[in-house]
Write a protein that binds this ligand. Sequence first.
Ligand code: SF4
Length: 264
Amino acid sequence: MPELDRDAILKQMGIMQWVLRDAKGDESVVQDKTAQSVQAMSDKPAAEEPPAQSASVVEELNQPGPAAEPVRSAQVPESTAQNLDALRNEVAACEACALAQTRTQTVFGAGPDQADWLFIGEAPGQQEDRQGQPFVGRAGGLLTQMVNALALSREQVYVANMLKCHPPDNRDPLPGELFACAPFLRKQIELIQPKVLVALGQISAQALLKSDQPLETLRGQVYQYGANNIPLIVTYHPAYLLRQPDDKGKVWADLLLAHRQIPV
Ligand code: SF4
């Protein structure tokens, strides 16, 4: 990974006055040091950071979440697709949950066939539903800024959602929908082989981690996803940041934490 130019990064992120108090830490012991490093890099007092917790091995997405409503949707079968194009075709034909009746089109994801970074949001919004692409509009623009701040372009990272279809009226995904759609994301991850996963927002974080903890508790730690123990980091959704720009510093700390998980 390239060295990051702090000043350029902060400008990209819209953080004009922000001081790294201690950007040098021993990163060799990831779990013990990451929460400390994130805290040091945060623009907020230390007391606002969540306490360090042990890393948890993230189980496969084969169960509905802890707050799940009765599951009304059949889970899509495990895909045997050999590549992303084949998987995209399976998604396009999917009618496993009721969102198939209201979508304009499926929104599979975007990025190179193999990417070091995989950003995972919750579900396509209205504009995404119209355009068939993830993270367009203002939230998508802010995600692009976040990616650019990492000295990367959107074309170098993969962006996807937990759900491949737009929930009507931009409502939150239902647990049954997340359950139904989970095998598609699981296969996407298997095919893309990312070196780090970034869960954007509370819904995707809770679904991936099988947790009902709030986002503020989940962020600031390194989790491991699946059999290959892919590092997983939690941060705020860009749509939230549009409403709460003061939290950009926390997002930047989370992105630095993710950046450190990628082998040089
Ligand atoms: Fe199928 Fe997922 Fe769309 Fe539901 S959200 S219809 S499971 S692709």
